[in-house]
Design a protein around this ligand. Structure first.
Ligand SMILES: Nc1ncnc2c1ncn2[C@@H]1O[C@H](COP(=O)(O)OP(=O)(O)OP(=O)(O)O)[C@@H](O)[C@H]1O
Ligand SMILES: [Mg+2]
Length: 303
């Protein structure tokens, strides 16, 4: 079965700048798909082409089997969109905005329920310009969800949200997924992608440099897990006497290995020195570690 979104060899140029250089991916029905990448990588360009808001230069794109460039009007009732840096031109309240969309799109929606889901009930009657940055963002999310879309595009939905609101939005995304909806999520929070996404594509300078489940990407590009130790002044000589290779990073002594089992056996050997140890952190490599290394290495290579 074809995916809810299919992208084949997509290219987009703005005058001389080729922002998207032939990317391909597929989003399955009921999947959370996350596009990650540094600033200017081409993520918003890509999703706005899928949303029918920008024209592609070349390549094939379908959203629910249709070409978004031609059919976005028909897709309006089943697709939700949160643009990056959501802004609202009319100075009305979130409740009025949702009532307006409900009316004009002829939706069955319950605006009060949607406002509660994004935790905006307390500010539902405050005019847009008096909302805080995070509250404005939540209003954008509420508008994107109002039609209970089968597919929602969320371009940096948690930018500017406090940690509690961020988690509330994660729950909204998880609930949508549990109801079989599909979500395309752009984010700079790698922990968010790691937690929510079934599939991740890392975009850099207009090309996909890694793709797979978060676990697959971490294991494919994995370099080293680490033990971070702090404690008494004797620690360094204890490690040296055991011939355990280590380096200093701030107040920590760091031991790296590509084998987690090797690190466990080092922890075992350190048992007798526990009196000299204050902190002992066993840190596995995360999607963020891999991301920073891959994108950083490409930048260093270019410069
Ligand atoms: N309307 C436009 N006209 C000209 N250049 C543009 C336009 N929109 C984007 N670009 C350029 O295309 C490149 C990709 O931009 P895009 O907004 O897609 O990046 P992004 O991955 O979403 O970045 P961010 O993480 O900062 O949101 C950038 O170099 C940007 O300057
Ligand atoms: Mg963007």
């Amino acid at each position: 079965m074809p995916g809810i979104v299919e992208v084949r060899n997509l290219r987009k140029s703005y005058a001389k700048l080729e922002a998207v250089k032939g990317i391909s991916f597929e989003v399955g029905y009921g999947e959370v798909f996350s596009l990650l990448g540094p600033n200017g990588a081409g993520k918003t360009t890509t999703v706005e082409i899928l949303e029918g808001l920008r024209k592609r230069s070349s390549g094939d794109v379908t959203v629910m089997g249709r070409d978004p460039e031609k059919s976005m009007n028909e897709l309006r009732t089943t697709v939700g969109i949160l643009p990056q840096d959501f802004n609202f031109i009319y100075n009305i309240t979130p409740r009025e905005a949702l009532d307006y969309y409900k009316e004009s799109l002829g939706l069955e929606a319950d605006p009060g329920e949607v406002l509660a889901r994004v935790e905006l009930t307390d500010s539902a009657d405050t005019v847009f310009e008096k909302l805080s940055g995070g509250q404005k963002q939540k209003m954008g999310v509420a508008i994107a969800l109002l039609n209970d879309p089968d597919l929602v595009f969320l371009d940096e939905p948690t930018a500017g949200l406090d940690p509690v609101s961020r988690r509330a939005l994660w729950k909204v995304i998880e609930d949508m997924k549990a109801r079989g909806k599909s979500i395309i999520l752009t984010t700079h929070y790698l922990d968010e992608a790691e937690k929510l996404a079934d599939h991740v594509a890392i975009v850099n300078r207009g090309v996909i440099i890694a793709s797979g489940t978060p676990k697959e990407i971490v294991s494919m590009h994995h370099k080293a897990d680490r033990i971070m130790l702090s404690g008494s002044d004797k620690l360094q000589s204890i490690l040296s006497s055991m011939q355990i290779h280590h380096k200093r990073e701030g107040r920590y002594l760091v031991i790296e290995s590509d084998s987690i089992d090797a690190l466990f056996s080092i922890v075992e050997r350190l048992k007798g020195s526990s009196g000299d140890i204050e902190d002992l952190i066993l840190k596995r490599e995360t999607l963020e570690d891999v991301f920073v290394r891959m994108v950083g290495e490409e930048a260093a290579y270019e410069n």
